[in-house]
Design a protein around this ligand. Structure first.
Ligand SMILES: [Ca+2]
Ligand SMILES: [Ca+2]
Length: 217
């Protein structure tokens, strides 16, 4: 009987040691798959959620009936229009990044309260229409009056479109109606002279996206 008890005790001890060992080894893989360390890395490198992979030249389904999105043909190295921030984080180039979370925001200090943004296309491109997207705050900064010009030498400019009394676009991050150009033609350079925003006395203009559209043939 004593022998049997001793044997049972020995078996129990071995089983217990085995259990401890396997619990221990079970902890190791858990450290490697810790979501706190792995998840953020996965998000940053996930191509599906990286804004840089969202090519703006892809036709936007919203315009499929009449237009294709030509914003990807903007030469982003040749966009002029300083923003309000010294670090350049609100410059006009952010109108063309396909991200409504970034914006062009300019505090106008000219006497007549007007300001101009300018950009080049990678090649002469006919812009038939365009939209503005509102930004993340302050809807009163949305422009009301402007003139769009085109040029092929950067010196002689031709009026392409004039808008007066545009409807302020709300809520935040919302795309405007489609503004159709009065006199579209192929140009390598474009500029917009903003002459008035939506609120008397406001000297700040802001838009998050400028989407350029070409009519379908
Ligand atoms: Ca943007
Ligand atoms: Ca028009």
């Amino acid at each position: 009987m004593k022998k049997l008890l001793a044997l049972l005790l020995a078996v129990a001890m071995v089983a217990c040691m085995f259990c401890l060992a396997s619990c221990d080894s079970g902890k190791e893989p858990a450290k490697d798959t810790d979501p706190a360390t792995d998840a953020p890395t996965g998000e940053v490198t996930d191509p599906a959620t990286d804004p840089a992979t969202e090519a703006p030249e892809d036709p936007d389904p919203e315009y499929n009936d009449s237009y294709v999105n030509l914003t990807g043909k903007v030469d982003t190295a040749n966009v002029e229009g300083a923003g309000a921030k010294d670090d350049g984080s609100e410059d006009a180039v952010y109108l063309f990044d396909g991200d409504s979370a970034t914006k062009w925001c300019q505090i106008v200090k000219t006497e007549d309260g007007t300001t101009t943004i300018q950009w080049a296309m990678t090649k002469a491109t006919k812009i038939d229409a365009y939209t503005f997207t509102s930004a993340n705050d302050s809807p009163e900064r949305f422009p009301a009056d402007w003139v769009l010009y085109g040029s092929n030498d950067g010196e002689e400019w031709t009026e392409v479109d004039t808008v007066e009394g545009a409807t302020r676009v709300e809520p935040f991050f919302t795309e405007s109606e489609i503004y159709e150009c009065d006199a579209p033609a192929a140009y390598t350079n474009y500029k917009i002279h903003f002459t008035k925003n939506g609120t008397e006395g406001t000297i700040i203009y802001q838009i998050s996206e400028l989407t350029l559209l070409g009519a379908k043939a």
